[in-house]
Write a protein that binds this ligand. Sequence first.
Ligand code: S3P
Length: 166
Amino acid sequence: MKKIYLIGFMGSGKSTVGRYLQNTYAQRFIDTDQYIEQTTQKEIRQIFADEGEEKFRKYEIHALQLLTDYDVIATGGGIVERKENYTTMHNHGIIIYLQTSFPEIMSRLKYDSSRPLWDQQITEREKLYERRHSMYEQIADHIIHTDGLSIEEISQEIMGVMNRNR
Ligand code: S3P
């Protein structure tokens, strides 16, 4: 069966939905950020501070290539920043974009300090959101508009996509 790659902006719910799919539908799930934190023994924020974004992107490319033994893979919001990631995802599975509006993201990440690229002026956050949105849209095989949907509803839609692609 093809894998599902969840893509989308920070705070769009990729990891939460992935965990739900694991707990409710017994899908083998992994999160690239979590994998990187475990293997480097460092938090993402610390990797950015000590080694820089470029090094983080290298860890991310490598993680994505290695993590082929799972049904559902939640990616970091910046997975679209490197072209080789498109190839990895397209070769192994189906790409689902969890599209969440900017106001909704703003409200979810109001108190977040764990994400280095969220730690900037609102205008810069919005620019990043707009730029990334068109990148996610371009590579997605399927888009789910998540505003107003429950985790359960989003997960059901994903299971539907998986079942149609068995
Ligand atoms: C990033 C998103 C984060 C994490 C890192 C960089 C980005 O993941 O990979 O902070 O470039 O958008 P989430 O999308 O899970 O927050």
